[in-house]
Design a protein around this ligand. Sequence first.
Ligand SMILES: Cc1cc2nc3c(=O)[nH]c(=O)nc-3n(C[C@H](O)[C@H](O)[C@H](O)COP(=O)(O)OP(=O)(O)OC[C@H]3O[C@@H](n4cnc5c(N)ncnc54)[C@H](O)[C@@H]3O)c2cc1C
Length: 591
Amino acid sequence: MAGRSVTVHHHAYDAVIVGAGGAGLRAAIEVAGKCRAVVISKLYPTRSHTGAAQGGMCAALANVEEDSWEWHAFDTVKGGDYLVDQPAAEIMCREAVDAVIELERFGLPFNRTPEGRIDQRRFGGHTRNHGEAPVKRACYAADRTGLMILQTLYQQCLARGVDFHDEFQVLDIAFGADGEVTGLVAYEQATGDLHVYSCKAALFATGGFGRVFKVSSNAHTLTGDGPAVLLRRGLPLEDMEFFQFHPTGIYKLGILLSEAARGEGGILRNGDGERFMERYAPTVKDLAPRDMISRAMVTEIRAGRGGGEGGDFLHLDLTHLPPEQIDEKLPDITDFVRTYLGIEPKTSLIPVQPTAHYAMGGIPTNVEAEVVRDARGTVVPGLYAAGECACVSVHGANRLGTNSLLDIVVFGRRGGARMAEYVASGGGAGGAAPPVEGIEDETLAAIERLKSSTGAERVADVRAALQEEMTDKAAVFRTEESLAHAQSAIAALRDRYRDVCIDDKGGTYNYDLTEALELEFLLDLSEALVVAARARTESRGGHTRDDYPKRDDANWLKHSLVRREGGPTGRLEIDYKPVVGGKYQPMERKY
Ligand SMILES: Cc1cc2nc3c(=O)[nH]c(=O)nc-3n(C[C@H](O)[C@H](O)[C@H](O)COP(=O)(O)OP(=O)(O)OC[C@H]3O[C@@H](n4cnc5c(N)ncnc54)[C@H](O)[C@@H]3O)c2cc1C
């Protein structure tokens, strides 16, 4: 391309892992030493969002109470409002026990029982004997479980000599004539250079996209780059309409106060001081699944029973818990309350509101983490996805707390193992990774266009307008009217995006440019979410339609697949594929 201001470097690997959170690192451990592999991460690995995970990772170890992986599987299927593919959930729950023990052997400092076993605590939706009562299933390291997983896996990667390209952001992917992966394009934040990777296989583990909403527990960097790149290149995304709101985000900020707070005995109260969850989920109360509690909270607020002058929040009450229990089990989140709200959680009620938390949908895969391109499950040769960016689907319409840290290690491992096998068998064309030509041209053009734009729009303004719209019109409750509004607003924001101008024209840590590129990913994924949500005329899990308040198994026990037809700027079309059932028949979800 003439007049380039960007240097392009070329690399050849067998396998590239995109993302260094829990899923990417666990995959890397599996691939290490088996082929020429590299992990590319837009963040320094230990800054990945897995490090923010607080409450725990579940496995039916039965260290504290009787438990079984079958009960865990049942809870996962019911918690997911029966949109879960049951064979995938069974694999995850069965392999959970070994996954925790492996992490312990890797050196993870779990909390211990007095007898020295891994301690376990309660979490929403996890029950004994098919819903009888809450069960202690979450293994944890205080309220820093994700941080400990991330550090432990990173150390294991270093010990195995895994190659990392830190602060490189993947922006595009290339496929060969048979649809096989041939290469990736990444932007190096420190220099502004582009890197072209030719490879036989790639595994996407790029995390979630909670930043499509305004109030979110997700970091600024969670912009869904992986799913957005694949959507542009014609691959479908599954179940995008299902987005989880976590009940206890710090009021207005969205910063998460883990469900562990309720697992340890915390209670939700409305503005009248009432423990309102007794009315919505009489058996498990404050430990009902997140979709139910978030709906209950918004319902309380709408009915005028919120707290404070505006009546737009509820309270998390920890004041009855022994102070030493708070210090030992919930040290970080109670510090967040002191830091961000300036109140003492041992003596004061904490203002909370539902916060955008987790994407149930994402890149469709089978149980080996192989990406599939259609409703028949046709595998894309050499392409894998694991973790929050993927949809396997173990979470269905609503994920249970502590099932994501589990998902990332179980399916990260499976994806890494399958990718190593694929490479060993010759992969795609066989032999060395094929050279790729010119796959960076579109990315170069996009960067040059943004740097040379003299438009009047600012990235921050367009992003704020998008997040406001999504929060207003496509959050906990939705209607045809609100979603239609959101869809046209997104189209208008796309027009504004074309007129975006950035101030920094340089190459070194140009976050102006990075945020502009990420904003386009957010626009793409918001559109996919809204289009799928508009089509689904029922309420299920994290997707609640005020105009279709009932679950409709006769018509909607199926996964959506949204795909862009006609190139990166084409229309979104929807297809569906059946849910893979098993021994648990759909029934009314009561807790
Ligand atoms: C505050 C909070 C608390 C939570 N607590 C729990 C809990 O207690 N239990 C539980 O089970 N779950 C919890 N979750 C959910 C869980 O932490 C996440 O779903 C999970 O950690 C995601 O892991 P991941 O590996 O898929 O992605 P992440 O850890 O988000 O990692 C994504 C990686 O992808 C990289 N990346 C992204 N885009 C690109 C790109 N374009 N190019 C290159 N690299 C890229 C990033 O640098 C990063 O390394 C919590 C979530 C939050 C937000």
